[in-house]
Design a binder for this molecule. Structure first.
Ligand code: NAD
Length: 253
C-alpha cells in the first residue's frame, strides 16, 4: 500500500502524540510530499521525526487567530484530530471544565475544518480533497461521567455530515472516525482510569477496561486507528462521505 499519498499535502492537528503522531508517520511513509503538523505542545512537536517536508505550527486549534497564520494553499487532506478528555458527572461538572472541553474538541474542530474547506475550495478550479474528523465512540454510546467529551464528539459526527453535504460540490469528502479506546496520554485526564492505573499499572488498567467494554476484548493501538483514518483520507474510500467509521472493537454494539 505504499505511495497512496504520493505528492499530496496534509494537515494534521494534535500531531505531536498518539493517533495524530502515528498518522503523520504513516502519511510520510506512504509518500506525502508535505505535512502541516499543528499541536500546542511545542517540545513534543519539535521531537516529531518524519522524513518529509514538514511545517510545524505550535498553537491552540481553538484560537481563531491561529488559522490566519497557517498557509494551507494546495491542501489535499486534513485530519481534524486535536482533542482533550475529561470526566465528571453532570451534577459535579465544573462549568469552566465543560467549556474547555467543548472549546478544544468542538470549536477547535470547527475552525480547523473551516480553514481546510476554504483552502480546498480555493482557486479558479477547486482541487477537492478529503477530511477526517477524529470523533469517538463516546459520541455514540452514552456513559456516565462523559457528558462534555461525549457531547463534543457527538457534535463532530453531525458536523461531518453537514460538511459532507456542503463540500460535495467542491469535491471535498468529509468523514469521521470513532475509536473507543486507544492507549494514549488522553486517558490520564480520566480520573477513574488514572486511579486504577496507579493501583495496578497503566497497561493492566487499560487491558482490564477494554476486556470489560469490548466484544473483541481489546481497544486499538494508535497505528491501527491511523490506518483506518488513512483509508478514509485516501482514494479507496472515494464513495464515502458523511460516514462514521468505527474503530471500537464492537464497543458500541
Ligand atoms: P493524545 O493526548 O496522545 O494526543 C492529542 C494531541 O492533541 C496532543 O499532542 C495534544 O498536545 C494536542 N492538543 C490537545 N489540545 C490541543 C489544542 N487545543 N490545540 C492544539 N493541539 C492540542 O491523544 P489521542 O488519543 O491521540 O487523541 C487524538 C484524538 O483522538 C482526540 O480528538 C481524542 O479525543 C480522540 N480519541 C481518543 C481516544 C482514546 O482512547 N485515546 C478514543 C476516541 C477518540
Amino acid at each position: 500500500m505504499t505511495g497512496r499519498f504520493e505528492g499530496r499535502s496534509a494537515l494534521v492537528t494534535g500531531a505531536a502524540s498518539g493517533i495524530g503522531l502515528a498518522l503523520a508517520h504513516l502519511l510520510a511513509e506512504e509518500g506525502a510530499a508535505r505535512l502541516i503538523l499543528v499541536d500546542r505542545d511545542a517540545a513534543a512537536l519539535e521531537a516529531v521525526a518524519c522524513d518529509v517536508d514538514m511545517i510545524r505550527v505550535v498553537g491552540d486549534v481553538s484560537d481563531e487567530a491561529l488559522w490566519d497564520r497557517i498557509d494551507l494553499t494546495g491542501l489535499d487532506h486534513a485530519v481534524v484530530n486535536a482533542g482533550v478528555a475529561g470526566a465528571a458527572t453532570i451534577a459535579d461538572h465544573d462549568f469552566a471544565e465543560w467549556r474547555r472541553i467543548l472549546s478544544v474538541n468542538l470549536d477547535g474542530a470547527f475552525l480547523t475544518l473551516r480553514a481546510a474547506m476554504r483552502a480546498m475550495a480555493a482557486g479558479p478550479e477547486t482541487r477537492g480533497g478529503s477530511i477526517v474528523l477524529t470523533a469517538s465512540a463516546a459520541g455514540i454510546k452514552a456513559e456516565p461521567g462523559v457528558a462534555a467529551y461525549g457531547c463534543s464528539k457527538a457534535a463532530l459526527l453531525h458536523l461531518a455530515k453537514v460538511a459532507a453535504k456542503e463540500g460535495a460540490a467542491d469535491r471535498i469528502r468529509v468523514n469521521a472516525i470513532a475509536p473507543a479506546g486507544v492507549e494514549t496520554p488522553v486517558w490520564d485526564a480520566v480520573p477513574m482510569f488514572a486511579a486504577r492505573a496507579v493501583e495496578i499499572g497503566r497497561d493492566a488498567a487499560f487491558a482490564e477496561l477494554a476486556a470489560m467494554a469490548t466484544p473483541l476484548g481489546r481497544y486499538a493501538r494508535a497505528d491501527e486507528v491511523a490506518a483506518q483514518i488513512a483509508f478514509l483520507l485516501g482514494d479507496e474510500s472515494a464513495l464515502m462521505t458523511g460516514a462514521t467509521l468505527l474503530a471500537d472493537g464492537g464497543y458500541t454494539l
